[in-house]
Design a protein around this ligand. Structure first.
Ligand code: NAD
Length: 242
């Protein structure tokens, strides 16, 4: 970690998770701006734009002076629009990478999804080493997997360092999907249906913890010295490449 503090641009910062990332950054005194297609809050500088328009991302990077991008943007899961998922998640994420390199931004944290390794069968005690399925569950997860792949492939190239996180279900204040989905199940009278024998498990993460994980990932993305790298290794118990 360098002594100099990063300046953050949260892409998708008007969304559920993105907003919590913004609040976590503000709470520790960091400088943060938001890039999104909609504006829902007015307490930080806001750049209106679509990530699939590289010049709009570049413009926001130049104006905000960002040194770290936290990219949480995506269309919601469950839409019947494969082309939109590809345009935003794959082409848009590529545009974010291009804009970051073009503007000398050294850090990119990407919000992927646990769904990129889910094929419908049980996944018990797995970690990030598990390979993705041959066929994605749906177009959303296919696009998230491809986006994650290009984010990780961009690591260390053109002065950009990248990391991707894979949250499973996220819950907490500001959620527009999970509770709404459960409510619709009740409204449709579907609550008498049970899948399995009532022992199915699913991972959920509180949104504040998920946001905090993004900050930690950003903080540790570029170890600046061997000593620093060893400390990170000790703390996180991760294997560093030789
Ligand atoms: P959200 O819909 O609340 O937030 C996403 C934000 O991205 C929105 O503000 C939206 O306006 C913005 N956005 C969409 N398209 C854009 C575009 N073309 N350009 C710029 N901004 C755009 O969703 P969320 O639940 O906060 O999810 C955040 C991230 O976490 C997503 O990448 C999602 O795939 C991932 N994720 C979410 C969950 C979950 O349970 N919510 C689980 C796993 C992964």
């Amino acid at each position: 970690m360098s002594g100099k503090r990063d300046i953050y641009l949260v892409i998708g910062g008007s969304g559920f998770l993105g907003r919590h990332v913004v609040e976590a950054l503000l709470a520790r005194g960091d400088s943060v701006s938001v890039f999104d297609i909609v504006q829902r809050h007015h307490d930080v500088p806001f750049y209106s734009g679509d990530i699939s328009e590289e010049e709009q991302v570049s413009d926001a990077l130049r104006k905000s002076g960002a040194t770290c991008i936290i990219h949480t943007a995506s269309p919601l899961h469950g839409l019947d629009d494969p082309a939109l998922y590809w345009k935003v998640n794959v082409d848009g994420t590529q545009a974010v990478i291009n804009a970051a390199v073009a503007n000398g931004v050294p850090k990119l944290v990407y919000t992927s999804s646990a769904g990129v390794v889910f094929d419908g069968s049980d996944l018990i005690d797995v970690d990030e080493r598990i390979p993705g399925p041959e066929k994605a569950m749906d177009p959303y997860n296919e696009s998230k997997a491809k986006a994650e792949e290009i984010v990780l492939a961009a690591n260390g190239k053109g002065g950009l360092y990248t990391v991707a996180l894979r949250p499973a279900g996220i819950f907490g204040p500001g959620d527009r999907q999970m509770i709404a989905g459960l409510f619709q199940v009740w409204q449709r009278g579907q609550s008498h249906i049970q899948l399995g024998d009532n022992t199915n498990l699913f991972d959920w993460t509180y949104v504040g913890n998920c946001a905090y994980a993004h900050l930690l990932a950003a903080d540790r993305l570029i170890p600046t010295s061997e000593k620093d790298a060893l400390r990170v290794k000790d703390e996180l118990d991760i294997a560093l490449p030789p």
